[in-house]
Design a binder for this molecule. Structure first.
Ligand code: ZN
Length: 299
């Protein structure tokens, strides 16, 4: 059932069999997340007319959502097979496309020691447990994963995250990077993220690669992807705007949306423009850097 909106990016709200809610409670939750998440947190707020929201009133079999109670520090995985069958079983599957986002609210117990949401990048689906997991900012954080293809900007552990390592091969986002002065630099040669904030989803990979530990950086000290704030930073914002516009969330595409305006598409609202009005984080942006000596950058 269509809830609201008329844009090309589709979002489906689903509820699990384990969540004992009435239809009116579920509709109230979906509307709360739309109004206080999608229509409140940028860049979703600025581009809200690009979305259509659906609600699947049928309860979905949510037994496949991993349950974990304890001090899990390395993340959990939710299989591609299970998430694909959840999408296929949705009564909204006929109106959506493969790029649509599915958001599943369950009554299962807390499934991460410290987390409230769980994402599968392959099938663009996220699950949310318990009352705290139903806060709008948690849904928007998970949208950062499944829609912007962003990594968590906090540390799972000193040795890195198996979860992040497992998805990084299929994900091109560079919000976590060992080379911030390259990966946060736009075509205009300005750097739009912090080059000093260390610690991102997988800070070190030594345990997995038996090599030299790699130090990863994140674009801002605080932010919604680090779970410490309810705003995105300029770098993350660019990846999401790229996705909203139907572009692959690569560094090249994201970087076009970091400045106030994209010269090739001046009608677009850039992330720095949002940052100037305080709805996106620009803290951590270093002063304008001199022209680098590097001429070719490959990673
Ligand atoms: Zn996360």
């Amino acid at each position: 059932m269509k809830l609201s909106g008329d844009g090309p990016r589709k979002v489906v709200f689903m509820r699990g069999e384990s969540w004992n809610s009435s239809i009116s409670e579920f509709l109230q939750l979906a509307n709360d997340i739309i109004n206080n998440g999608f229509k409140f947190i940028d860049p979703f707020q600025t581009y809200q007319n690009q979305f259509t929201f659906y609600v699947d009133l049928k309860k979905s079999d949510d037994q496949s959502v991993p349950t974990f109670i304890g001090n899990e520090t390395r993340g959990l995985t939710w299989s591609d097979t299970e998430t694909a069958s959840l999408r296929a079983a949705s009564s909204c599957n006929g109106v959506t496309d493969s790029d649509s986002m599915y958001l599943l609210y369950t009554g299962k117990p807390l499934f991460l020691g410290s987390g409230l949401g769980l994402s599968n990048f392959t099938n663009n689906i996220a699950a949310f447990a318990d009352d705290n997991g139903r806060e709008p900012y948690v849904t928007i954080h998970e949208m950062g994963h499944i829609f912007g293809k962003l990594f968590d900007e906090y540390l799972y552990s000193q040795s890195g995250s198996v979860w992040n390592l497992s998805v990084r091969w299929g994900v091109s986002a560079k919000n976590c990077t060992p080379h911030p002065s390259w990966d946060y630099r736009a075509r205009n040669n300005k750097i739009y993220g912090s080059t000093v904030a260390t610690g991102c989803g997988f800070m070190y990979s030594s345990e997995d690669f038996k090599g030299q530990p790699i130090r990863y950086y994140r674009p801002s000290l605080l932010g919604i992807m680090s779970g410490t704030y309810s705003l995105f930073n300029v770098i993350d914002c660019g990846y999401i705007v790229a996705a909203i516009q139907g572009q692959a969330p690569t560094q090249e595409n994201a970087s076009k949306h970091w400045p106030e305006n994209d010269p090739s598409a001046p009608w677009n609202i850039g992330c720095m423009l949002m940052a100037k009005s305080g709805v996106v984080i620009k803290d951590g942006i270093p002063p304008l850097s001199p022209t680098p000596n590097l001429t070719t950058i490959n990673e």
